[in-house]
Every structure is written in structure tokens, then in C-alpha cells.
Design a protein around this ligand. Structure first.
Ligand SMILES: Nc1nc2c(ncn2[C@@H]2O[C@H](COP(=O)(O)OP(=O)(O)O)[C@@H](O)[C@H]2O)c(=O)[nH]1
Ligand SMILES: [Mg+2]
Length: 291
């Protein structure tokens, strides 16, 4: 079905593309209205995101619904690390013809994500995946960045992180569409589940949507059906309540902003020479003209 080799090569090329190269890559098919469902899964290291994704992907992927996973993990660049939760056999996913999985390094990016995410997503959409799952480690700016790339944001937590919820910036919890309590087998799951329920009742990032709270155990493969259902419900709600043109414009804005920031970085690095002699205004004009 899918040409894994071609996809892998395309992703590598896109990952390392300069600003100019990205502009080239995204200049085609401007108006292709791909409808891949994009799901962002975020949360602190160790809460079980990878384990959960492995279960979720296996549950949702089939021939009509091929699925790809991009794991953006600062701790495990390219070669793996804990790409999949250590209890889940790698073979379960890798041998599944309906799932494509790739780990991406986040080192060089300026927002804790990874450069060129929109172009990477576009490539996977053109490879005709129906669903794309992005795993990111929840660290500040990455949360903001992910929200602009995906349709559904899932925040994963585990019992015993009650203090963390209190101290977490309200926005981090509230920007999620689905809140997951993983490791339901551990003590304290009831407490965090109740706390998240209260937060969810205040409403989510999208007006009129109240985040679903799901408890599950990725280790024992329990609760995945509920999580999958919550995703379907969120998708259904969004289809009725969101304006696709507005979302498209927001995504373009984000992509433009990150490309411009990188371009400015490139130009600032080249500016050393005239930084010594020119005034700030002159330098500014020089850079503005070179963009
Ligand atoms: N007890 C328990 N451990 C789990 C569960 N899900 C994942 N883990 C373990 O938590 C650790 C971190 O999992 P991982 O998926 O790599 O977390 P990530 O860093 O969020 O991607 C691993 O040792 C998993 O086996 C669960 O439901 N219950
Ligand atoms: Mg992980």
C-alpha cells in the first residue's frame, strides 16, 4: 500500500529543508483540501504518551484508515530511545502495514517542536494517510505550537501529578480538547480524574466545547475504546462548529511566522559585518530588504 521508503526519504528531506527549500516544497497544491485528521498528543515525559499512541494507533488503523505517527522527542533523536513505551513490543506497530511511524529530533527548532512540521504534515497528507498523530513533550512553547498544527489536542497526565495540575499554567490544561488520565492502575487516579473533570467543566480552548476526560491504562490496553470515542466526538463537534477557512488561515499564519523567524535568524547570522558599523535602523532596513 504505502511506499515506506519514499515516505522516509521525503520526511528526511523536508526535515532538513532550509526556508527557501520549504517555500519550494509547499508552493505546490496550495489548495489541496486534504482531510487527514491530525491529533496532537502532549504531556510530561513518562506519563505514557508513546504507550498510549501505540495502543491507539493499533486500535484505529486499518486499510481504509492508514495512520502515521510522528514522535517529536528531544530525548530520543532519530535512533529511537523510548519511541514506543517500553512495554509495548515495537513489532506490534512496525509490522502493521497500516501504520507508519517516525521519530524526529527537536534539537534545532525554535519552538521546542521541530522545524517544518507543517511541510512534514503536508507530505504525510499527500501520502494519503487518513490520520496523523504527533507526539510532543509538553514544554511551554511546544504546546502553543502544536495547537496550531492539529485538529485535536490531547493532554496526557498520570496519577500523583495533582500538585502539577495546580501549578500548571491554567492555559496548558485548558488548551486541550481531551484530557487523559493514563496509568489508571496506579493509586490516586480517582483524584486526578475528578480534578480534571472540574477543569473540563469550565470549557475548553474552543468555545462551546467541554473537554472530554478519559481514564485509561495503556499498559493493560484498557480504555482505548473510550479514548477513541472521545476523539470521534470531538471531530464530529468540530465539523459542525468550526470554520475550516478560519483554521486554514490560522495555520498559514503560524507557518509564516515560523518561516519568517527562521529567515530572520539566518539573516542575523549573516549580519555580523555591518552590525559593527551600521546603526540599528540601518541594520533593520538591510535585513527587511533581504527577507
Ligand atoms: N503502571 C503503568 N505504567 C505505564 C502505563 N502506560 C505506560 N506506562 C509506563 O510508563 C513509562 C513511560 O511510558 P512512555 O509511553 O514511554 O511515556 P512517554 O514519555 O509519555 O512517551 C514506561 O515504563 C511505560 O511502560 C500504564 O497505564 N500503567
Ligand atoms: Mg514518548
Amino acid at each position: 500500500m504505502m511506499n515506506r521508503r519514499a515516505i522516509a526519504q521525503g520526511l528526511t528531506k523536508t526535515l532538513n529543508a532550509s526556508v527557501d527549500e520549504v517555500l519550494e516544497l509547499v508552493s505546490t497544491n496550495q489548495n489541496s483540501s486534504s482531510s487527514a485528521l491530525k491529533i496532537g498528543i502532549t504531556g510530561a515525559p513518562g506519563v505514557g504518551k508513546s504507550s498510549m499512541i501505540a495502543r491507539l494507533a493499533t486500535y484505529r488503523a486499518n486499510r481504509e484508515n492508514p495512520l502515521s505517527i510522528l514522535a517529536i522527542d528531544p530525548s530520543s533523536p532519530l535512533s529511537g530511545g523510548s519511541l514506543l513505551g517500553d512495554r509495548i513490543r515495537m513489532g506490534d506497530l512496525v509490522d502493521n502495514p497500516d501504520i507508519y511511524i517516525r521519530s524526529l529530533p527537536s534539537r534545532s527548532s525554535n519552538d521546542g517542536l521541530c522545524n517544518n512540521i507543517p511541510a512534514l504534515i503536508k507530505l504525510l497528507e499527500e501520502a494519503e494517510f487518513s490520520e496523523i498523530i504527533l507526539e510532543t513533550v509538553g514544554v511551554g512553547q511546544a504546546e502553543y505550537a502544536i495547537r496550531n498544527q492539529v485538529d485535536i489536542v490531547i493532554l496526557v497526565m498520570q496519577p500523583g501529578s495533582g500538585d502539577t495540575i495546580q501549578s500548571m499554567k491554567a492555559g496548558v490544561v485548558e488548551m486541550a480538547d481531551i484530557l487523559v488520565v493514563n496509568k489508571d492502575d496506579m493509586a490516586g487516579a480517582d483524584i486526578i480524574y475528578a480534578e480534571l473533570g472540574e477543569i473540563a467543566a469550565r470549557g475548553g480552548r474552543l468555545e462551546g466545547w467541554y473537554p472530554k476526560v478519559v481514564r485509561m491504562c495503556a499498559r493493560d490496553n484498557k480504555g482505548i475504546d473510550k479514548l477513541s470515542l472521545a476523539i470521534d466526538e470531538a471531530v464530529e463537534w468540530q465539523a459542525k462548529n468550526r470554520d475550516p477557512e478560519k483554521i486554514n488561515a490560522q495555520r498559514k499564519r503560524y507557518q509564516l511566522q515560523s518561516l519568517l523567524e527562521r529567515r530572520i535568524d539566518e539573516l542575523l547570522n549573516e549580519a555580523d559585518e555591518y552590525l559593527l558599523s551600521d546603526t540599528v535602523s540601518e541594520c533593520y532596513l538591510h535585513i527587511a530588504e533581504s527577507i
